[in-house]
Design a protein around this ligand. Structure first.
Ligand SMILES: C[S@@+](CC[C@H](N)C(=O)[O-])C[C@H]1O[C@@H](n2cnc3c(N)ncnc32)[C@H](O)[C@@H]1O
Length: 273
């Protein structure tokens, strides 16, 4: 396992995923009653954009740095900008929140969060990042296994599945999790993030997900450039089971802004599979 999210924090794919996550959370929290949130692949929670990894990759410069100074940010991306402003105390954006911190800061009384992280070093940083949020817990464990065992069998629940895709079975495990988690709790909303490298791999995943999950899947794709080099991450996508009604509208806004402002020759699409 070599993947370190510090190289990629705040890149275009994080913006799509995190803006969508904040919108989804707000939609689910509009209903009364407690919400349980699970992050199968949590990462370290907090990222230093002035640090060596972020500076070497330059991905945040082409992502969150552009978003912070955009004059025309659509409503669906504004909560992410506000979260980054709050985290940095209104100063220049040197820190970027991962999904655990974004969720922890949005929890209401009675809500709960569990972030799973397999790498001990990342897990220990995650615990540190979440220390001010007692309702946000962590597990140093395989997130697919842990969440499959701990997801409540009923009640409002949101699961984010955000693997590094460095192992070829991540696609298979994500598709299987969409089915297994929604069978365990039919009310659970499950959102999978995946990279878009080439159409063959993306389509194969969608077919597997459709076989595993017996219902409509909402799919949002931010293709940042033409898919000419399958070795590159040319875009990203979100695939959602049990998506709340109307969630396609902010997804479209998020993908269209990201592709048109940060991409080159790509396209944004949202559809139901
Ligand atoms: C893409 S990063 C997560 C980013 C995070 N969700 C966010 O949005 O801020 C993926 C993380 O999953 C961890 N990881 C890899 N395999 C895992 C597994 N089976 N279970 C839990 N964590 C895993 C990696 O160490 C890495 O930190």
């Amino acid at each position: 396992m070599n993947y370190r999210h510090a190289f990629h924090a705040g890149n275009f794919a994080d913006l799509v995923k995190h803006a969508a996550l904040l919108d989804l959370l707000a939609r689910m929290q509009a209903s009364p009653g407690p919400l349980s949130v699970f992050d199968t692949h949590a990462g370290r929670g907090l990222y230093d954009l002035a640090g060596d990894e972020a500076q070497r990759s330059g991905e945040a410069r082409a992502g969150i740095v552009e978003l912070m100074r955009a004059p025309d940010l659509p409503p669906a991306l504004r909560p992410l900008r506000q979260a980054v402003v709050r985290l940095n105390g209104g100063e220049e954006a040197n820190l970027y929140p991962g999904s655990p911190l974004l969720v922890a800061a949005a929890l209401r009384k009675g809500d709960a969060y569990l972030g799973c992280e397999l790498r001990p070093q990342e897990h220990s940083a995650l615990g540190e990042a979440l220390r001010s949020w007692p309702a946000a817990r962590t597990a140093c464990a395989d997130g697919y296994v842990e969440v499959a065992a701990r997801l409540p069998r009923e009640g409002a629940a949101l699961v984010l599945i955000d693997p590094p895709f460095e192992k070829s079975d991540d696609y298979e495990r994500c598709a299987a999790a969409l089915g297994a988690l929604t069978r365990r709790n039919p009310a659970a909303v499950v959102m999978v993030w995946l990279p878009v490298k080439d159409l063959e791999t993306f389509d194969a995943f969608l077919r597997e997900a459709e076989d595993a999950y017996d219902g409509p899947l909402l799919v949002a794709e931010a293709r940042m450039r033409p898919l000419t080099d399958p070795m590159k991450m040319n875009g990203c996508a979100l695939v959602i089971a049990n998506a709340p009604e109307g969630f396609d509208v902010p997804l479209k806004e998020i993908c269209e802004w990201t592709v048109s402002r940060l991409g080159s020759g790509g396209k944004a699409q949202v559809w139901t599979a």
